[in-house]
Design a protein around this ligand. Structure first.
Ligand code: HEC
Length: 154
């Protein structure tokens, strides 16, 4: 009889423990959800490399999607839309000209648009479309693949 009571008590004890841990998990689960969403958002930015270097495939993808229409697939300023624009989209493959622009200038042009650097407002701003890191990725792509050049002083 004693044993039976003991066993019953142990059983009750285990039951209450498992119930507590169950309700705890539920609470944790509810709290954890919005946190998880935040974590994903943050990590997306952190995962991108500083200044987007070393990610030329993504640079090419972004360039072809957002820039090639005007500047042309190889940057010669001869995209399908170029015919309708005055001034014409800059020839980004012009090594001599592009060597006079700093990376920061190119970044600013892309981010804030032509008007922010004293150029035509036909060059759109991209800061509400592209993440900062993605803009740097495009800058790196222009440097390495489109003009194959770097800033050499103006
Ligand atoms: C709707 C057409 C259009 C699109 C799309 C476009 N551009 Fe331009 N861009 C222009 C035009 C036009 C100019 C020339 C402005 C001028 O000479 O006044 C220009 C100029 C530039 C310049 C030269 C700035 C300077 O100081 O000389 C850079 C760099 C540039 N664009 C990069 C880009 C990149 C990178 C993208 C894509 C993210 C892009 N552009 C998308 C039209 C466009």
């Amino acid at each position: 009889m004693r044993n039976a009571i003991l066993a019953l008590m142990v059983l009750l004890f285990c039951l209450s423990i498992s119930m507590i841990s169950c309700t705890k998990n539920e609470e944790n689960g509810k709290e954890a959800k919005p946190k998880e969403v935040n974590e994903v958002e943050i990590s997306e930015e952190v995962v991108s490399e500083p200044k987007g270097e070393g990610n030329l495939n993504r640079g090419k993808l972004l360039y072809n999607e957002k820039c090639a229409n005007c500047h042309g697939p190889t940057g010669h300023g001869d995209g399908p839309q170029a015919a309708f624009l005055d001034p014409k989209p800059t020839n980004l493959s012009d090594t001599k000209y592009m060597s006079t622009l700093t990376d920061e200038h190119i970044f600013k042009t892309i981010s804030e648009g032509g008007i922010a650097v004293g150029k035509s407002n036909l060059m759109p701003r991209w800061k509400f479309v592209l993440l900062e890191n993605d803009i740097w990725t495009v800058v790196a792509y222009i440097r390495k693949d489109i003009c194959g050049c770097e800033y050499k002083g103006s």
